[in-house]
Design a protein around this ligand. Sequence first.
Ligand SMILES: NC(=O)c1ccc[n+]([C@@H]2O[C@H](COP(=O)([O-])OP(=O)(O)OC[C@H]3O[C@@H](n4cnc5c(N)ncnc54)[C@H](OP(=O)(O)O)[C@@H]3O)[C@@H](O)[C@H]2O)c1
Length: 249
Amino acid sequence: MQRLFPDPGPTTVEAQLGAYRPWLEPRPERPFVAANFAATLDGRAAIGGVSGPIGSETDTAMLAGLRTRFDAVMIGAGTMRAERYGRLVPSQEKRERRERAGLPHDPLMVIVSGGLDLPWEAPLFTAGRGRVLIFTASEQEPPETATTLRVVRHPGRVDLAAALRHLREERGIRALLCEGGPRLHAQLQAAGFVDDLFLTVAPKLAGGLAPHILEGELPGRIELAPAWLLEEDGELFGRYRRPPPGPDR
Ligand SMILES: NC(=O)c1ccc[n+]([C@@H]2O[C@H](COP(=O)([O-])OP(=O)(O)OC[C@H]3O[C@@H](n4cnc5c(N)ncnc54)[C@H](OP(=O)(O)O)[C@@H]3O)[C@@H](O)[C@H]2O)c1
């Protein structure tokens, strides 16, 4: 893998993430938030309805590396239905590395859902490992799950600002990794909550009507500053920072 920016030269996923400590940067009323996506050259965030076929093994290594560096991972219900998550950090060695860094053994899995229509047979719920917190607008009760599950209800629609405040103040979450999907991502970006965007661009074309990495309105153009750009076999791995608001913004 090559680092194209800054300071061009050889690098690795481990070397790039080694000094990345988002848990040291919580914001006053919310966790530090990073979003992670993979896209095709035509800007699509899914092939055949899922994201797996987009990125390479190196992209998977980047995602696995990121998961060792956040207190919690957030996804929308659409992503849970499509991707049917299991335990976030399956490697014992990586969980121990998290603990050595002062992070909880398993990241808290956070799901945002309007109707609580979730794939309850997915290993995330049946394996009995880790912890899950669901923010929902539904009054329904979830079924019994082997994995510890908590539900926080918001009337009408999940208020993401309140959800992030709850994660910070009630659950002690300092750093949150949002793994999508596109509709949840749009709301977080529109509200100015995404501090870092990790974006893999794979040298593939998807065509069709798959969603883009961001599906929803923004209040205006968002300018991001590149923190790094890496390349391997034609695949690009970017990290883009949202500059903190200045006094005149
Ligand atoms: N390439 C990538 O990196 C990547 C990453 C993630 C996902 N994806 C792909 O994206 C597709 C899914 O897209 P998506 O936009 O449907 O995913 P999504 O953003 O994960 O899910 C949207 C759903 O989340 C819930 N939701 C979001 N905001 C809410 C709010 N404020 N209040 C209440 N509920 C809220 C709603 O759930 P309910 O339906 O329960 O009301 C909504 O239908 C899949 O094909 C997946 O593979 C790709």
